[in-house]
Design a protein around this ligand. Structure first.
Ligand code: NZQ
Ligand code: ZN
Length: 390
């Protein structure tokens, strides 16, 4: 097991009606004037936004609003939020929504006190030293941003979708998580979220680090729980326990607990981010296409852990033929993805003629000449994976 530091100060407030505590929580973390950030209107239609505002008012917290964040969020809204926050002297960021809304709020949180361009942080030109505190009201279990120290933004100029990781500054101080708020999610968003959380665990699980029994078993256990709960949540969208288990799975999948002590991989996320940057597809659905292709490549070049995954997560019978075991595991993973309505090829995702030259070029521009850790991907390897995903 590798040395690690694990810093996760987020207070998770989980369960029915917890959104009523939002105002008290903002106050507890010293907010006096919050910027509520939300998306295209689901929180307006559900009545959640009104409830959050009432709770802020009851706690004596002033607020301004930044609406209209799109999935796969882009930089113009971040600039707009930075300007608004400075003008209004906001001291607390309050995203109400999913990963796109939370990540926009995170970028604004570090952009407000920074004299330069917030994008400097995403291209490695500068490292955030400080930021406004962030409190989250989560409406979709998927990206795990409510517990992660990451943010992902697309720069429209050049369509660069890049992430940063600064847990000391970007982990939210609190996350309100009421599973009932997720009843209104479409089947597509629910399944995309399930795929994304599976992927967050797999990025950590596929590691060459030895002696990580606790990480392995936690990853396998959470993946199995997700696979068990997925059919229930798809067929009974308002089953509280199924929604609750999936919601908490999305958090533990990405708050770091499952991967401590391991060298993580993250190449599949990089490969997918190019797809969602160029074709604006749902991140989780893009992963449903990339991950089986990546696994197929990985099974060929470093079969060990792929075979272990097949046996322990997908109940493939053990055999000396590790390659066959691994391939059967991948087949079962694909069948699972299909069963929840996910695509497993670019064609099924609606991309008939992918520009693979462009995808490969952008992937290596953003992630370096060689990416990934479990298997190392040069441009020939990434091309092979995009081709496998066709
Ligand atoms: O915009 P509204 O109207 O609110 O609708 C949203 C949006 O269209 C809808 N939605 C959310 N909650 C709902 C709801 N609809 C009905 N009922 C509800 N309760 O869902 C759609 C998708 O929302 P989005 O925020 O985009 O979803 P998600 O949480 O999947 O976030 C995806 C973004 O997060 C990034 C992805 O790349 C993508 O940009 N990621 C962020 C990470 C992080 N910060 O740690 C890690 C991830 O790997 C990921 O890359
Ligand atoms: Zn993801």
């Amino acid at each position: 097991m590798n040395n690690f530091t694990f810093y996760s100060p987020t207070e998770f407030v989980f369960g029915k009606a917890t959104e009523a505590q939002t105002g008290t929580l903002v106050k507890k973390y010293h907010g006096t004037k919050a910027m509520i950030v939300y998306g295209g209107g689901s929180v307006v239609r559900s009545g959640l936004l009104d409830k959050v505002k009432q709770s802020l008012t009851a706690a004596g917290i002033d607020y301004v609003e930044l609406a209209g964040i799109q999935p796969n969020p882009t930089d113009p809204k971040v600039y707009e939020g930075i300007e608004l926050g400075r003008k209004e002297h906001v001291d607390f960021m309050l995203p109400v929504g999913g990963g796109s809304v939370i990540d926009t709020a995170k970028a604004i949180a570090i952009g407000i006190p920074y004299e330069g361009d917030f994008w400097d942080f995403f291209i490695g030109k500068s490292v955030p030293q400080t930021g406004l505190p962030i409190g989250v009201v989560l409406t979709i279990p998927a990206a795990g941003s409510e517990g992660s120290g990451n943010a992902v933004i697309t720069k429209l100029d050049g369509l660069r979708k890049l992430g940063i990781r600064t847990p000391e500054i970007l982990r939210p101080v609190f996350a309100v998580m009421n599973p009932e708020l997720t009843y209104t999610l479409s089947a597509w968003q629910t399944a995309s979220g399930i795929t994304d959380m599976m992927a967050h665990i797999m990025e950590r699980y596929f590691s060459n680090t030895q002696g990580v029994e606790i990480a392995d078993r936690m990853c396998e256990g959470v993946m199995k729980a997700i696979v068990n709960e997925a059919p229930r949540v798809m067929s009974e969208p308002d089953n509280y326990d199924a929604r609750a288990n999936i919601m908490w799975a999305g958090t533990v999948a990405h708050n770091g607990t499952c991967g401590v002590g391991c060298e993580e991989d993250w190449a599949s996320h990089g490969l997918e981010h190019e797809i969602s940057a160029i074709y604006d597809v749902t991140h989780g659905a893009g992963l449903a296409v990339i991950f089986p292709a990546w696994l197929t490549y990985a099974a060929k070049h470093n079969v060990g852990k792929v075979a272990q995954y097949a046996v322990r997560v997908w109940d493939v019978p053990e055999s000396d033929d590790l390659q066959a075991v691994a391939m059967e595991g991948i087949a079962r993973f694909k069948a699972f993805l299909h069963s929840i309505g996910m695509p497993v090829t670019l064609r099924e995702l609606g991309i008939e003629n992918p520009d693979i030259d462009l995808l490969v070029r952008k992937f290596h521009e953003d992630k370096g000449k060689v990416a990934g850790n479990y298997v190392h991907l040069d441009s020939q390897a990434s091309r092979e994976i995009y081709e496998l995903a066709r």
